[in-house]
Structures are given as C-alpha cells and as structure tokens.
Design a protein around this ligand. Structure first.
Ligand code: UGA
Length: 460
C-alpha cells in the first residue's frame, strides 16, 4: 500500500464503518479504512465484502478499482494519513447493561500517541452521553506533541439491509462539534453528499420515509452531549414504538380488532407516522436491544429512573414467549413434532443474526423435543455458527424443503420471497398445514382459503 494522504480515516470496518468508508469514497473522497481483525482487513483488501449488505459488494469493487478506498491493518498508519478520523468501532454490552468502551479507549490512546498533525476525532460509534468528554481526556493525557486535536460526535442512523442507501441518502446529519474548525471540516466532507441528494420522486425509499427535500434542514449542529443523546434517544424511541404496537396487538387478539388497521389508523397521523408500527416478534439486531439497555443504564448512572424503557425491553423479551404460546396452542405437544423455520436473520436484507429472535425460538423448540428445519436466503451460515450444535438443526435449500414433513411452519423474518410462497407446494410438503406468521407477512384470509390453520399477531 502506498503512503498517500487520505481525506478521512475510518477506524472499524463493521456494519457502520465499511458502508461509511465506501460512501465517502463514492462521493469523491480518498479514504483509508482500518480494522483490528486481520481476517476482515485481508478480505476487504482483497475486494470481498465481509458481510451481506445489499449494494456493499458493488461499492467495494468500484472503489477497490477507483483507488479511493485503501485498507490497512495498522491503526497508527491510518491515523497518520488523515486529519479527520471516524471512530466506528463496536461498543458491545457488558453484563450490567453498560456499553463496553474499551475499543474506543484503545483507539483514542493510539491516536494520542500517533499524532503527526492536527486531527479531528469523530465518534460515530454508539456511545453513552459524555463519552466524547472521556475521549478528550484520553487524548490530552496521552498526547504526543503539540498538534491541535479535537473531538466531534457524528452519530450514524443507517439501517442494516439498506445501509448503502442510508449512507448516501441520510435523512439527517447530526454534528456534535465544539469549534468552527470541526464544523467546517465535517460540513465540507458531507457537502458532496448533500449536493447529490435525490429530489422527490427519484428515490422510492426516501419518498416512503417522507424525508424532507430541503437539504440544509438535514444538518443539525449541536454540542457533543446533545449529539450523543440524539443517537440513544432515536433508537430507544423506535424500540418504544415497536413495543407499544406489540402491546396493542396483544389487545387486538383478545378483542377481535385488527392490528394492521389500527397501525394504519394511527400511523396516518403525521405526528405518529406509519413506520415502526409493524407488530409481531419485536426488535432484534445489534442496535435496538443493546441500545435500549444501555440507555436505561445511562439514565440510572445519572439517577434518572427511565421505567418506561425498562418496560419497552421487557415487552420485547416476551415476544418469543408469545410465539411459543401460539406454537403450543396449535401443536399441543412439541416433542417429536417437526417445525419448519423460515427466516433466521434479525430482519430481511441482512445475514446478521445478532439478538435475532430465531436463536431463542429455535433453542426452545429443540429443548422441547421438536425437530427443526431451517431455511433463510442468506443467514444460515451465521445462524449455524451462533446456535449450539446439538441437538442438530437441519438446513434446507428452499422453503419447500424446510416444510417437508413439518407440523408447523414458523415465519420469523419477513424476506420478500416468503410473500409469494406457492401454497400448494407448501401444503403438499407439510405433514399438517399450520402456519405461524411471526411478522404478519401473509394474508390471513388467503392462507385460510388455501386450507392452512393460520396464526399471526393481533389479527383476527
Ligand atoms: C437500527 C435503527 O433503525 C437505525 O436507525 C440505527 O442507525 C441502527 O439501529 C444503529 O444504531 O446502528 P437496525 O438495527 O439495522 O437499525 O434495524 P431496524 O431496521 O431498526 O430493525 C430493528 C428490529 O426491529 C428488527 O428486528 C425488526 O424486525 C424490528 N422491527 C422493525 C419491528 O419489529 N417492527 C417494525 O415496525 C420495525
């Protein structure tokens, strides 16, 4: 690798860092990426996306060729090349719910020891409020030389499954800064992005989200603490919406109301909005569950009793139980029955199974003596690595193969391809035609008309 300077360094090439780095390359910047996992660096250097994310491989290939994205395994090397350093390392959860910030601290110390010029350290990792203060403390304690080094907070709001879209079409850019210099550096970096935002009618995803068309509206400049809090508040609010609608779904089930229509009826109020009102198995993934727990913990640390969020988490924990109740009510005894599980990623568009409800459901089915046959279009390798090897799960090449001999088909992830399953093939494959739809994906009337015993969440 050459030793050319870069316009930005991206530290951590995970689900946030890699799309961010490639997005910056796509809008014209020269970017150096670095990761502490040598196998990840080797894959990326070889032009191979290390995880499934639509559009990511194409972008990697393009900027492998353009030369605007370079990768190194040396943090010091990456730091030395750029003035703006995006910190995108993971902040996993500790047993007490708090975020483990050791990777952030390590990066801050290395930056301090490597200073070869002025730097702006931009925290993009999801970190508790006042982490930026801590980073500032580390930088001043361990710094080497007299260069100007500042900290900014620039949270990322991308969703897995359309990360590339979200990086290139952000609905907002939050800049927590402490100086005109920091604001100018970041605004200049993001300007090409703002300049090429789609107009109404040009991007279906932006149109669906009702994103404002005023480009200047999308940048919000705050102090460091506000930017940090925005990130946790955003994810916790989304989680609250989901837990809220799931409780309403439970109420629908006992009253005969239909949660789909309730969600539409409330979501058309622009103050509420239609998104994140999908009832079912609740929220998984590497962000919402962890961030809700971290926010509860942050509140506790500051002696604020956020009981509302504790309940949001507790409601979510119970969603797998609700599914199991439905399975038991359909099958009574699970021992020696066969369950087909369609979808194991925590949501469609990703092979990520972190905190996926499928892990809990499959573990319980196996513990109760059922045989489990799984199909997912991309996430089976990740699922196989995450689920205990015994008792074994059978991995299948299609939904119909998974359905073979099954007494119930459990739909756990709403992949598009499950919307158009051939009823006759399913019915012919299954021992008993029972569908338990954890994501309210299928039409109940159509499933029943095809002879299936069909159960979903909050729908008659
Ligand atoms: C979430 C946020 O949506 C992003 O804005 C944020 O940037 C990201 O966390 C992060 O902090 O990095 P993500 O984890 O990719 O993004 O997934 P979501 O699309 O939020 O879905 C989370 C879970 O909620 C999934 O299990 C999904 O199935 C569930 N969900 C979503 C519902 O149960 N109902 C809904 O209506 C929507």
């Amino acid at each position: 690798m050459d030793t050319a300077r870069a316009d930005a360094a991206v530290i951590g090439l995970g689900h946030v860092g890699l799309p961010t780095a490639l997005g910056l390359a796509e809008i014209g910047w020269r970017v150096v990426g670095v990761d502490s996992a040598p196998e990840r660096v080797a894959m990326v250097a070889d032009g191979q996306a290390p995880f499934y994310e639509p559009g990511l491989q194409d972008l990697l290939t393009a900027h492998h060729r353009s030369g605007r994205f370079l990768v190194t395994d040396s943090l010091a090397d990456a730091v030395a090349r750029a003035e703006v350093l995006f910190v995108c390392v993971s902040t996993p959860q500790l047993p007490d719910g708090a975020a483990d910030l050791s990777a952030v601290e390590h990066v801050a110390r290395t930056i301090a020891a490597t200073l070869n010029g002025d730097k702006l350290v931009v925290d993009k990792s999801t970190t508790p409020v006042r982490t930026a203060e801590r980073i500032k403390g580390v930088l001043s304690r361990y710094r080497n030389g007299a260069h100007a080094v500042e900290v900014a907070v620039n949270p990322e709001f991308l969703q897995e499954g359309h990360a590339v879209h979200d990086v290139l079409h952000p609905d907002r850019i939050v800049l927590g800064v402490e100086s005109d210099r920091a604001r100018a550096l970041l605004t200049d970096l993001y300007r090409p992005l703002l300049d090429r935002l789609p107009n109404p009618g040009e991007c279906a995803v932006c149109d669906r989200r009702g994103v404002t068309t005023d480009r200047s509206d999308r940048v919000i400049t705050t102090n460091l603490e506000t930017a940090e809090l925005i990130k946790h508040a955003a994810n916790s609010f989304l989680a609250t919406k989901i837990s809220f609608i799931n409780m309403v779904a439970d109420l629908c089930e006992v009253t005969g109301a239909d949660i789909t229509q309730v969600a539409r009826g409330i979501g058309l109020d622009p103050r509420i909005g239609p998104q994140f009102l999908g009832a079912g198995l609740g929220f998984g993934g590497s962000c919402l569950p962890k961030d809700v727990r971290a926010f509860i913990r942050i509140a506790e640390d500051h002696r604020v009793d956020f009981a509302l969020l504790r309940e949001v988490a507790a409601i979510n924990e119970r969603r797998a139980d609700r599914l199991m109740e439905k399975v038991r009510s359909a099958l009574w005894i699970l021992k020696d029955k066969t369950c087909a599980v369609l979808g194991v990623s925590f949501k469609p568009g990703t092979d990520d199974v972190r905190e996926a409800v499928s892990l809990r459901v499959v573990t319980r089915l196996l513990a109760e003596g059922a045989a489990v046959r799984v199909y997912d279009p991309v996430a089976m390798p990740a699922f196989q690595a995450a689920v205990p090897p015994s008792p074994p799960v059978t991995y299948c090449a299609s939904p119909y193969e998974a359905a073979a001999g099954a007494h119930a088909l459990l739909l756990l992830t709403e992949w598009d391809e499950f919307r158009t399953l051939a009823w006759d093939r399913l019915r012919a494959a299954m021992a008993v035609p029972v569908i338990i739809d954890g994501r309210n994906l299928l039409d109940p009337a159509a499933a029943r008309a095809e002879g299936f015993d069909y159960f979903s969440f909050g729908r008659p």
